[in-house]
Design a binder for this molecule. Structure first.
Ligand SMILES: Cc1cc2nc3c(=O)[nH]c(=O)nc-3n(C[C@H](O)[C@H](O)[C@H](O)COP(=O)(O)O)c2cc1C
Length: 229
């Protein structure tokens, strides 16, 4: 696929499953992506459509993490929660977790610097993975909105963190005792681009959640080059 044809896929066809061979070839590059620091500060977890535990984790993420509360519903004229249940439709998801050294915060500035570096490293990896996905003719989207962690009146972020780590420990026992935070997910599969179609901008309602199938939120051009004579 050409980069010009890449789009942020918000509507995956969950019946179209990429081959394990192509998924392996994508997962295999992760070890070779550079990192600004030596010790691993983030980890990737491959979540597969036919693994019930992985589906359970994806459901937890959509319910508790991957949402915001300001999706404008044209029909009702009100703001609603937009849950990115895109991760439930995508047959494969590369989910990332940021691993802090400790939960204890002594120096808030240092803590934030370290956290930002972790996020940068995870996002750099996501860029490399995205490039491989484009080369592999796969559709993709990156869910970075983790606002849900602090939006629930009945469950604060500390409670969610405990639930998350318990679930991770059950599914990926290696993470036992890790100070892990949920981060971005890369959704992988085949889907529909609603741009320019009659359906553009419509709301998708699936799995008990709502989200928008296309957003007109493309960045403006940001490459500056010297003018040629
Ligand atoms: C790292 C990253 C994370 C993103 N996270 C979200 C997200 O959580 N929710 C969302 O609606 N869009 C998300 N986007 C999509 C962008 O905000 C933007 O809408 C999209 O990339 C523009 O569409 P295009 O990729 O088809 O050009 C994310 C994009 C990137 C690069």
């Amino acid at each position: 696929m050409a980069w010009q044809d890449r789009f942020f896929c918000r509507d995956f066809d969950s019946t179209k499953i990429p081959s394990m061979e192509v998924i392996d070839s994508i997962a295999d590059i992760i070890e070779y992506i550079p990192s600004q620091i030596l010790n691993n500060d983030h980890y990737w977890f491959l979540l597969e459509h036919d693994n019930a535990d992985h589906v359970k984790l994806k459901e937890w993420l959509v319910d508790n993490v991957y949402y915001h509360a300001s999706m404008f519903n044209k029909e009702t004229g009100t703001n609603e929660e937009e849950h990115f249940a895109i991760v439930l439709d995508a047959p494969y998801v590369l989910f990332s977790g940021l691993r802090r050294k400790t939960d204890h915060v002594e120096d808030q500035d240092k803590h934030m610097r370290e956290f930002n570096l972790m996020k940068c490293n995870a996002h750099l990896s996501a860029g490399a993975i995205l490039a491989k996905l484009v080369d592999s003719d796969l559709d993709s989207s990156i869910i970075g909105c983790t606002n849900g962690m602090s939006l629930d009146p009945d469950k604060d972020s500390k409670k969610k963190r405990v639930e998350f780590r318990k679930l991770m420990k059950e599914i990926f026992p290696t993470t036992s005792g890790w100070c892990l935070e949920p981060s971005i997910s890369i959704c992988i599969g085949y889907g529909t681009n609603h741009r320019g179609k009659e359906t553009q901008g419509q709301m998708i309602e699936r799995h008990g959640y709502k989200w928008i199938n296309y957003k007109n939120s493309h960045k403006s051009p940001n490459l500056l080059r010297a003018e040629k004579n």
